[in-house]
Ligand binder design. Structure first.
Ligand code: FMN
Length: 400
């Protein structure tokens, strides 16, 4: 299908019916439908539409697992609202009608600065789970960061899609298992390891719903990680008990010395909110970091990631790549994060909702919609490429 350009969006804005006024199920002109929804079976024109579709599709407890945040959800809300407080201030008449969205992350070329964040339990949202997500990322020519807890083994995901893949590591306590897992990641062709260090989810909704992973999925997950001694004859309680003690929840900086000693893959730290931690990551030679509060799913009350981004970019400079996730719901949010110095952003919930609603096609479409919105923001701001996306295009330089 032909890639739409700004002229297409202009034509829609000038003549065809407004997508904003289109109700679900309403008949629309074929051209308009093709332009916005392309080959998607569902009529989603923005991330929010996928939120609603996922709500209709999923059991409530699963929808809540994806959507809610920790405790009072202060951080969850702030992730989204902080983006809204930043205003775009585009210059006029810059003579730009096309923008190039290509970039690199850790030296890898991608078609757009939007990656899929590591998300656990994808197979609970759609039977194809991580395989569908990886295929959609490959089709969009971007990176999928595959969670340790995604629900499929590293080899299964690698076999499903040849596109660029990073592996997000939760560290098993048994270092022999961790070492073997890291070797398998490397052998399967993943090009970086993302170590997530903000741990400890405490979500009221999940506790209220008594949300838990089905036995079969828990067993597969633990075996996939490398606990090959586990088997289907074990009771659910035995597996839960095993899982409770299987993970290293007391990591410290020394862990990275060990990890560095067992792999040559680039290493990123995910969960950075403080400039001093960012500096420490640089000083021990990490290749990149994700400014992240885990989408407001960990410690509630920490600031939004976009709010802390500028200071982290300032201290890191060009010594490591700084990415951001949390609250990205529009292409303009991507624009703001890039203007404030992020190399690229990752999305979590937006693609989890889209996966639930429409599988691989949904994930592909959500990436396409964000890409179009970003391109629109860039063209409107006179940016021919991502290097041109600078703080001067935001009101007051984007200061919050
Ligand atoms: C359902 C769900 C599961 C997640 N599981 C993981 C995980 O296994 N590992 C991880 O590092 N982050 C995980 N995250 C956090 C995401 O990687 C990312 O930081 C966050 O979703 C970004 O915020 P957003 O949802 O507003 O885009 C998860 C997020 C969601 C929504």
């Amino acid at each position: 299908m032909k890639r739409r350009r700004f002229s297409g969006l202009l034509a829609l804005g000038a003549g065809a019916m407004s997508m904003r006024t289109m109700a679900a199920g309403e008949e629309i002109e074929e051209d308009a439908e093709q332009a916005v929804v392309e080959d998607s079976g569902v009529r989603a024109v923005c991330v929010k539409d996928y939120t609603e579709l996922a709500r209709e599709t999923l059991p409530q407890a699963t929808y809540d697992y994806i959507t809610t945040g920790s405790e009072d959800e202060v951080t969850l809300r702030e992730n989204v609202e902080a983006f809204r407080r930043i205003r775009l201030l585009p210059p006029l008449l810059e003579g730009v009608s096309r923008s190039d969205l290509t970039t690199t992350v850790l030296g890898e070329e991608i078609a757009l600065p939007i990656l899929l964040a590591p998300v656990a339990g994808l197979r609970m949202f759609h039977p194809e789970g991580a395989l569908a997500a990886a295929r959609a990322a490959a089709a969009a020519k971007t990176v999928v960061a595959v969670s340790t807890s995604a629900g499929s083994s590293v080899e299964e995901v690698a076999a499903a899609a040849a596109g660029p893949k990073w592996f997000q590591l939760y560290c098993p306590k048994d270092r022999a298992v961790t070492r073997r897992l890291v070797e398998r990641v490397s052998d399967a062709g993943y090009s970086a390891i993302v170590v997530t260090v903000d741990l400890g989810e405490r979500k009221d909704a999940d506790r209220r719903n008594r949300f838990s992973v089905p036995k079969e999925m828990l067993l597969k997950h633990l075996v996939d990680v490398g606990h090959t001694q586990l088997h289907g004859k074990m009771t659910y309680q035995q597996l839960l008990d095993f899982n409770d003690q299987a993970w290293d929840l007391s990591l410290s900086w020394e862990f990275f010395d060990w990890l560095r000693s067992i792999t040559d893959l680039p290493i990123l730290l995910k969960g950075v909110l403080r400039p001093d931690d960012a500096l420490r990551a640089v000083s021990i030679g990490l290749d990149g970091m994700v400014v992240s509060n885990h989408g407001g799913r960990r410690l509630d009350g920490v600031p939004s990631s976009i709010e802390v981004l500028p200071k982290i970019v300032e201290v890191v400079g060009d010594r490591a790549e700084v990415l951001l996730d949390g609250g990205v719901r529009r292409g303009a949010d991507v624009f703001k994060a890039l203007a404030l110095g992020a190399r690229a952003v990752l999305i979590g919930r937006p693609y989890a909702w889209a996966l639930a609603a429409d599988g691989q096609r949904g994930v592909r479409n959500v990436l396409r919609l964000l890409e179009e919105e970003l391109e629109n923001a860039m063209i409107s701001s006179g940016c021919r490429n991502l290097d041109a996306v600078q703080p001067g295009l935001l009101q007051a330089g984007g200061s919050l």
